[in-house]
Design a protein around this ligand. Structure first.
Ligand SMILES: *Cc1c(COP(=O)(O)O)cnc(C)c1O
Length: 363
């Protein structure tokens, strides 16, 4: 395929995101399914994704930062965007001031996870979500805080509680005993609180027997396999292609790239492609990653440069300047790309750079 675009193109299939959301809904009949869109929607664009999912019927969204929440809130009447970082170390006033107040906007609420945050928010009479820690030890009420709340339920007064949540440590490992332990601890904690909806499952949690009143998947919406080691029930969302800038023949024994980290074992054809670590094509792909061309793997050779990456095109005579290789797509989904770089699909997606031409299908 020869095209005139001189740069890498990132295509995000919003119809596939919507289909994935419907799949997750079917897997979680016990309650609605939210969409976690932190880090700009896992790097794919929280704006287009939230608008598409709102159209699809999704009414609860999560971001990490309040600024991310404020950015997607417009034109989503009746929706809620919850901020996982809570008050983010700032004041309630600062939180309220950074969120839009309009009936045409989603309401933005904090997820509160400490006694100090609860106290700071209580005077406002505004809604919030409550986070309970059952093992992550990052955010959420810890055991002493939970005991304090139980001893004095008045501490929760003055806040309209939308739901209480906890977060799994290892939900992608269905056999991990910590899943059941966290479910039991969460049920215990909730029993000591005023009645409110309970939110439990992230992407992989949706596929555990862990019913809840609100699921919170993120990665699965974007095609990352929530059931590692088993067939991926999600549809692919991302296609990343990049053009070949140059092709050259090198004799056996030639090295390619910085520090000569790859040496041609035979006379070879090297294709230089316009994507590099500045685009989120991780440096850890060196000598391990691959692209696809005409449905076949093209091995990545040598180090990844900032703006370029080299591939062994010896067995791909069609790979000429102007042709495009596929870096993420049906033949190389994010999980596979991640494996070659020693990371996970989450990092591959959230690392995707700002230089790509972005195309949204089904917007
Ligand atoms: C990131 C996050 C999620 C979504 O996790 P996925 O594994 O991407 O589905 C849900 N809940 C919390 C608290 C999170 O931080």
């Amino acid at each position: 395929m020869t095209v005139t675009d001189p740069h890498a193109i990132l295509t995000v299939d919003l119809d596939a995101v919507a289909a994935n959301w419907r799949t997750l809904r079917a897997e979680h009949p016990s309650g609605p399914v939210a969409a976690v869109l932190k880090a700009d929607g896992y790097g794919l664009g929280a704006g287009p994704v939230s608008r598409r999912l709102y159209r699809e019927g999704c009414r609860t969204f999560f971001t990490a930062h309040v600024t991310e929440a404020a950015a997607i809130a417009p034109d989503m009447p009746g929706a809620t965007v919850a901020v996982l970082h809570g008050l983010g170390g700032g004041s309630s006033r600062a939180f309220v001031n950074s969120t839009p107040r309009s009936l045409s906007h989603a309401r933005v609420v904090p997820v509160l996870g400490s006694l100090a945050e609860i106290e700071a928010w209580a005077g406002f009479g505004l809604p919030a979500m409550l986070h309970i820690d059952t093992g992550m030890n990052r955010l959420g009420l810890d055991q002493p805080a939970l005991r304090a709340v139980r001893a004095d339920p008045g501490r929760l007064a003055g806040i309209e509680w939308l739901c209480v949540m906890t977060h799994f440590v290892s939900s992608e490992r269905p056999g991990d005993p910590q899943n059941a332990a966290q479910m039991a601890d969460f049920a215990d904690a909730c029993a000591g609180l005023p009645a409110m909806p309970r939110s439990l499952a992230n992407s992989s949690g949706v596929f555990l027997p862990a019913p809840s009143d609100l699921a919170r998947p993120g990665a699965a919406l974007f095609g990352v396999n929530p059931t590692p080691g088993r067939p991926n029930p999600m549809r692919g969302v991302v296609t990343l292609t990049a053009p070949v800038l140059s092709v050259r023949d090198v004799p056996a024994g030639t090295t390619v790239g910085y520090n000569g980290q790859w040496r041609a074992a035979r006379a070879s054809r090297i294709a230089t492609v316009a994507v590099g670590y500045a685009d989120g094509w991780l440096r850890s792909h060196a000598n391990r990653g691959a692209a696809r061309f005409d449905g076949k793997a093209v091995p990545l050779v040598g180090r990844v440069s900032m703006d370029m990456t080299t591939f062994d095109a010896t067995d791909h005579p069609g790979l000429m300047p102007g042709a495009r290789v596929e870096l993420i797509g049906p033949g190389c989904p994010p999980d596979t790309v991640a494996e070659a770089a020693g990371t996970n699909g989450y990092e591959v997606l959230t690392a995707l750079g700002r230089r790509y031409e972005r195309r949204y299908l089904g917007a």
